[in-house]
Write a protein that binds this ligand. Structure first.
Ligand code: SF4
Ligand code: SF4
Length: 487
């Protein structure tokens, strides 16, 4: 006798219809009533065909329970939402990407110095990994190291036709001369090798002088500004070394940048801290009053108990506000209007593409960070840390170290995550967050699971609504190549 049981899934409703997100395949399906009833019944416990027929017979809208059950079982089994209980389930293979895995994004820390002194900064604050002030690394990357880094990037990018270089700091623009020369060199070397090089940078906005803006616009450099919101929010933590707030310095400069640099959308990146959680107000200010095209939010990375750390209840508040903004995003997208809440858009793209991650991000894989001395590390946040070093730009990637890292950090090793329906997108979360919170990169970020699952559920509902009300919106993700976000 065949007994059916469910496989891992997450049910949600959107546009008045039931949907299911299937964990093994990271696929999303709309359910008809019979399939939904079968799935709901099986969630209680495994059932025989006769029991399922009886469950369907109780439904007002199913006229032929036997035919409806046949169709539902066939469909649910096809998409792997259910399986025969005694049928062997193949274990998910632990696939480690074959080295050499091509590098897609190199984050170049052109300086570890900063002209601001943000209290929550992971590079300078209480949670820093690398001693950037007194360490052995140079304060600024030299022109030669930057050139070597470009050569390293082009070499390690394999057959990829496009290489992404992101300039980072400290405050990136403190080393503007090297940044300028690096772009010119990378363009020339890329052209010689038949590769296109895409450039972006992150800056605090304080050094956006007219000649800098001109250069960024002319060279089509993607720009992300780290800014926290209106004056009283920005000036709480984002201060100069003498304690003065930075809002009055950065706001006019950013407006100038937005006026002049029109070739690429300029985004804001907001760090949310305790007491600065008015997400909607921050979003309005940055989009409507300053003029950013898009705004992304991230909770501060910090050890618990710090003054700026978001307390556990703060995640619920943040989720409620994200949900409101996601609703606005949905209504705008249904009407084909732009809405700049980038967090939801990035997750929709991952859902649409059926992303199922073995690793939480590209760090150590397609993305690497380079310190000012040319040491290569997991990502920009670990650049300069010997414990997280994966080579040098001169000597190349240490493939043994890379392989050991990927082996140990694979989602298959994170037993806490093995029964979580959100793992295709989360995969344990940011290594840097884990290191700050638990002292080791391998630890899943269990302190924010409710938040991650809550947010994924919000995005699934937005996805389902759009799939019903404006499927053309989702088609934009069909061909778009995904770029590793750097924050
Ligand atoms: S860290 Fe938490 S939310 Fe993320 S996959 Fe693991 S259990 Fe799920
Ligand atoms: S998610 Fe974390 S570990 Fe991954 S690239 Fe970003 S900061 Fe680095």
């Amino acid at each position: 006798m065949t007994v059916w049981g469910v496989r891992e899934h997450h049910r949600f409703e959107a546009a008045g219809k039931p949907f299911v997100y299937l964990v093994p395949s990271a696929a999303i399906f709309e359910l008809d009533e019979a399939a939904d009833t079968v799935l709901q019944t099986l969630r209680e416990r495994p059932r025989t065909r006769e029991e399922l027929t009886a469950a369907l017979a109780g439904s007002d809208t199913v006229s032929d329970p036997v035919a409806a059950l046949d169709a539902a079982l066939a469909e649910l089994a096809r998409v792997q939402a259910i399986a025969e209980v005694n049928a062997p389930v193949a274990p998910t293979p632990k696939v480690i990407p074959l080295a050499p895995f091509p590098l897609t994004t190199m984050v170049l820390n052109v300086t570890n110095q900063c002209n601001l002194s943000c209290e929550y900064c992971y590079e300078y604050g209480e949670d820093k990994i690398v001693d950037t002030e007194n360490g052995r690394q140079p304060k600024f990357m030299s022109e030669q190291t930057a050139r070597d880094s470009v050569d390293f990037m082009l070499r390690e990018s394999g057959d990829n036709k496009v290489a992404h270089v992101t300039f980072f700091g400290g405050e990136t623009l403190l080393n503007f001369p090297v940044l300028q020369k690096t772009i010119a060199y990378a363009r020339q070397r890329g052209a010689e090798l038949g590769k296109q090089v895409d450039f972006s940078l992150t800056t605090n906005g304080t050094l956006l002088k007219p000649d800098v803006i001109e250069f960024l616009a002319e060279n089509q450099v993607g720009v992300t500004i780290s800014i926290d919101g209106p004056k009283e929010v920005q000036d709480k933590f984002r201060v100069f070394h003498n304690g003065t707030g930075s809002y009055d310095v950065v706001a006019p400069k950013i407006k100038e940048l937005l006026k002049r640099h029109r070739s690429r959308p300029i985004g804001a990146r907001v760090t949310l801290t305790s007491g600065k959680m008015d997400v909607k107000r921050i979003f309005r200010h940055l989009t409507e009053e300053i003029g950013f095209w898009e705004v992304g939010f991230a909770p501060v990375t910090t050890a618990p108990g710090r003054g700026h750390a978001i307390p556990d209840r703060g995640y619920d508040e943040m989720l409620a506000q994200f949900r409101d903004l996601a609703d606005e995003f949905l209504e705008a997208s249904v009407q084909n209007r732009h809405h700049g809440f980038s967090n939801v858009k990035e997750t929709l793209e991952e859902l649409h593409k059926g992303v199922s991650k073995a690793f939480p991000c590209g760090a150590g894989l397609g993305l690497l960070g380079v310190a000012t001395d040319g040491d290569v590390a997991l990502c920009h946040r670990f650049a300069g840390s010997d414990a997280h070093k994966l080579g040098t730009v001169g000597g190349g990637i240490d493939r043994d170290a890379q392989r050991a890292f990927l082996e140990s950090h694979h989602i298959a090793n994170k037993t806490d995550c093995s029964r979580c329906w959100a793992r295709p997108l989360c995969s344990g979360g940011c290594y840097h967050e884990a290191h700050t919170r638990y002292g080791e990169t391998i630890h899943p970020n269990l302190h924010y699971c409710d938040w991650i699952r809550g947010w994924t559920d919000v995005c699934l509902k937005v996805y389902g609504e759009l799939a019903v009300r404006n499927p053309a919106f989702l088609a934009q993700f069909d061909d778009a190549s995904m770029k590793e976000p750097v924050s």
